[in-house]
Design a protein around this ligand. Structure first.
Ligand code: ATP
Length: 140
């Protein structure tokens, strides 16, 4: 099966992933993308999401909080703000972040609480959701 090199790095951890893979499914500001070997060149921004990395018939999930992705026909390079494997993620912390962010989003929307920055609350909610997804914890 054809492969494409996927490299993921963060400013804090340096290289966190480098492997030949069969397919990457990720979420960019323009929507969900599926990247196969020989993909057209592309430069885009990623939103918080659970990367789905397909290799040898299996699938690995990896959280990225956002960042930039460059695609060439034989390589995908992601510079993420932060990246976490399932083992890195503290479920209780992600659940609390989820609850906190959900409350803030609801308060901003329903009560029109002007003190809350809806965009920031939604971004925090998206990070918590994606972390829980990578851990296999169902969220609403
Ligand atoms: P929190 O409100 O719990 O800090 P957050 O989404 O605001 O969550 P980030 O700004 O994305 O956190 O990340 C800050 C740092 O904390 C990063 O180094 C990130 O890897 C780490 N981090 C955040 N949440 C978790 C978690 N649930 N498990 C492990 N590390 C986490």
């Amino acid at each position: 099966m054809a492969t494409i090199l996927l490299e993921i790095a963060t400013p804090d951890k340096g290289e966190v992933f480098a492997k030949d893979i069969n397919m990457l499914i990720c979420r960019s500001i323009a929507g969900e993308l599926g990247i196969l070997p020989k993909h057209a060149r592309l430069l885009t921004e990623l939103v918080p999401n659970a990367l789905r990395i397909k290799v040898d018939g299996g699938e690995t999930l990896l959280f990225v909080s956002g960042g930039f992705m460059e695609v060439t026909p034989d390589k995908i390079t992601i510079l993420a703000d932060s990246a976490e494997t399932p083992d890195d993620i503290d479920v209780e912390r992600a659940k609390s972040a989820y609850k906190r962010a959900e409350d803030r989003v609801n308060a901003a929307k329903s009560k029109g609480d002007a003190a809350i920055d809806l965009g920031r609350a939604e971004a925090a909610l998206a990070r918590a959701k994606a972390r829980l997804l990578v851990k296999g914890v169902p969220v609403g």
